[in-house]
Design a protein around this ligand. Structure first.
Ligand SMILES: Cc1cc2nc3c(=O)[nH]c(=O)nc-3n(C[C@H](O)[C@H](O)[C@H](O)COP(=O)(O)OP(=O)(O)OC[C@H]3O[C@@H](n4cnc5c(N)ncnc54)[C@H](O)[C@@H]3O)c2cc1C
Length: 282
């Protein structure tokens, strides 16, 4: 077992998470390994068990005693920096829509999330958004005729269970494929070429999937959970890729080999696509 983090950063294992993730990624590629080992066994057993009771119990279920053995680990996507642009009360530029937690882009995290800030963010902003959203509900008059402006959404039951089953299976496959594209081409270490490849493949996958839906008799007004989520995933994936392509520097969790350094002259605010007005202040 060879300790490698000091080779990458003087802060070693305590370097920021993007540095550690890139270092692990580099080691995995160099050594053609599937995981690296995280060893905490030099700490007193009681200390480990009192600090990490859940992880210790979980690992033990798989026969791994973390007080004596190293833990196999790989980097994983575990936070989305960005999201629906929100003000300090969770308000958005859609009047009456409030967001809190990981879905929100409050500016709290900058280019890299600090440890445990996401849970704090979810709690603080949920609390902040509560009163204004209740006030909004109490003061707004709902125009019930507004829903007649659009065609009524159709539940796709009329397609029959056979066709619906096929659509669901295909959508699940497409979802996995999109996840693979994002992991392989838009992951820890990026490049312009790989991002462009992702952009192209995502576009093709989306067109292909949409065409499949309509071949199966899907109609524009049909609404189903899997289809809605798939469209949202495509939308998010495309936004992440186009934002990454627009940033010609590396900053926080965005690292590209074509622009590997932090460059103040290329600094951009959190990228918002499409250009949207400031969130309402009332
Ligand atoms: C591996 C991992 C480790 C992490 N470690 C930490 C950590 O140590 N410290 C820390 O602070 N943060 C950590 N995070 C991040 C933190 O867990 C999340 O940011 C936080 O849980 C987000 O909370 P949320 O309520 O905003 O969203 P979520 O917890 O994602 O909740 C969203 C909910 O909405 C539901 N939902 C989705 N779509 C629909 C729909 N269409 N209709 C109805 N419901 C829907 C989902 O089922 C889910 O229950 C970690 C995340 C991961 C993945």
């Amino acid at each position: 077992m060879e300790r490698f983090m000091p080779l990458y950063d003087e802060r070693a294992e305590l370097a920021p998470r993007d540095v550690v993730a890139r270092s692990i990624d580099d080691q995995l590629k160099r050594r053609n390994e599937k995981y690296v080992l995280l060893d905490i066994s030099h700490k007193p057993r009681e200390k480990i068990l009192s600090h990490f009771p859940n992880i210790a119990a979980e690992c033990l279920q798989y026969g791994l005693d973390i007080t004596r053995q190293p833990i196999p680990v790989v980097p994983a996507a575990h936070y989305m920096c960005g999201g629906v642009r929100a003000g300090l009360q969770g308000e958005t530029n859609v009047r009456g829509l409030y967001v809190a937690g990981e879905v929100a882009c409050t500016g709290l995290h900058g280019a890299n999330r600090l440890a445990s800030n996401s849970l704090l963010e979810a709690l603080v902003f949920a609390r902040r958004a509560l009163e204004p959203s209740i006030d909004h509900m109490n003061s707004s008059r709902i125009d019930r005729s507004a829903s007649d402006w659009w065609a009524r959404p159709l539940v796709p039951m009329s397609l029959g269970s056979n066709v619906l089953g096929k659509i669901t299976r295909r959508t699940r496959e497409v979802r996995k494929e999109l996840q693979s594209i994002m992991w392989d081409y838009v992951g820890i270490v990026r490049s312009t070429t790989r991002l462009e490849t992702a952009e192209q493949r995502i576009g093709e996958l989306e067109l292909d999937w949409e065409a499949y839906l309509f071949q199966q008799g899907w109609e524009p007004t049909m609404v189903g959970i899997e289809a809605c989520e798939m469209r949202n995933l495509f939308c998010c994936a495309k936004l992440v890729v186009s934002s990454a392509l627009a940033r010609h520097e590396s900053r926080g969790l965005h690292y590209t080999i074509d622009f590997p350094h932090l460059e103040e002259s290329k600094r951009l605010p959190t990228i918002i696509f499409p250009c949207s007005p400031e969130p309402p202040q009332d």
